[in-house]
Write a protein that binds this ligand. Sequence first.
Ligand code: ZN
Length: 430
Amino acid sequence: MSSAQQHARALLDYIDSSPSPWHAARTTSKILNNNGFCELLEADAWSIKTRGRYYVIRDDSSIIAFTIGDNLPKEGFRLIGAHTDSPGLRVKQKPDSQSGVFNRVGVEVYGGAILATFTDRDLSLAGRVHIKENGALSSKLVHFKKPFLRLPNLAIHMNPKVNTDGLKLNKQTELPLLLSIANEQLNEQKIPNLLAAELGINVGDISAWELHACDTQTGAIYGLNDEFYANSQLDNLASCHAGLSALISDSSLNSGQFNVCAFFDHEEIGSNSHKGADGSFLPDVLERIADSLNVFPEEYKRALSKSFMLSADMAHAYHPNFPNAYEPEHKVLVNQGPVIKVNVNIRYASNSASQARFIQLCEQADVPYQQYSHRSDIGCGSTIGPMTSAQLGINTVDVGCPMWAMHSIRESAGVLDHHYITRVFQQFYC
Ligand code: ZN
């Protein structure tokens, strides 16, 4: 196995351990712990030391990790931003519904999922559960490995236009997931009972939950020459993994720089929350780093002006079966290097100055790069880049690896690209 394939394998394992944004933050924290990082709690006073390594988690699913360098006003922060959440189906608060002889689970669509891809998959649940323990509230993560949920397709004989018109699903009536035959007691609460049994607690101790329908199929490397990989949540756990791998590399840890990885929940629904990229989490953490190092406010502003951010999120790889979906001069190809994303209306944060800096990093790392522009007659997506850049006044470039099927439950991308972008991130942090 080549080093690029080994790195892609490590990414797939990272994703398989992270079936929800809460698990993604926990998987990330475990890797940080194993690399000498210490957790700081927002409610505590911070005492941070030069050359120290730290991380902060807000509300279980957003995480910021950083190394402490020598001179903040002189060096500024080197930031890589990404997101821990992915579009999909979330379980409703009162999920159990009985329809004739079937028990079903009510779900709500989270973000812009390609709903048709959730049909005929071996689904399960992962998320966090809040419980009462001896009068106090606590949260636990839960991940069912057993595939007990399914959204069966309608046969083509009842939906004869499915191949010409596409699969259309009514979000209220046609998305509830099939759970079981209702041969037991009426009105029994299936989901709370499942959670209680999995966590080894009494069902009455469960207060609330957030549960994400996850795929039980694990990640795979595919292609005749093992050049591609597939999994759920590549958007955007692939970028988190690349940033994290660079942060814990020897060159980053020995750099004496203020290297920061900021991974946020809620990007797929607009980032406007207490732990989203449009909230106070990143400004709060950066200010507290400065305060803890006795950096004066004016020096902190100088540090921000010296700072730079790579907003890392996946890009749309050219799909040979749909040539007309792409801007003809900006077809970015899988395994041809990281993509710089540009949109003149600042749906992406990139500008010529920030692009030039990223191109220089690619050249220094001896990694190819590509430039992407969306078709002018189709609406363009966005990232955390524009909002964090605006909040902090830090120049930012939007970059990411090309991938297929963004927001499918089974996305895929190129093995070499993950290796390439990690090398550029390492170059940034050294
Ligand atoms: Zn994304």
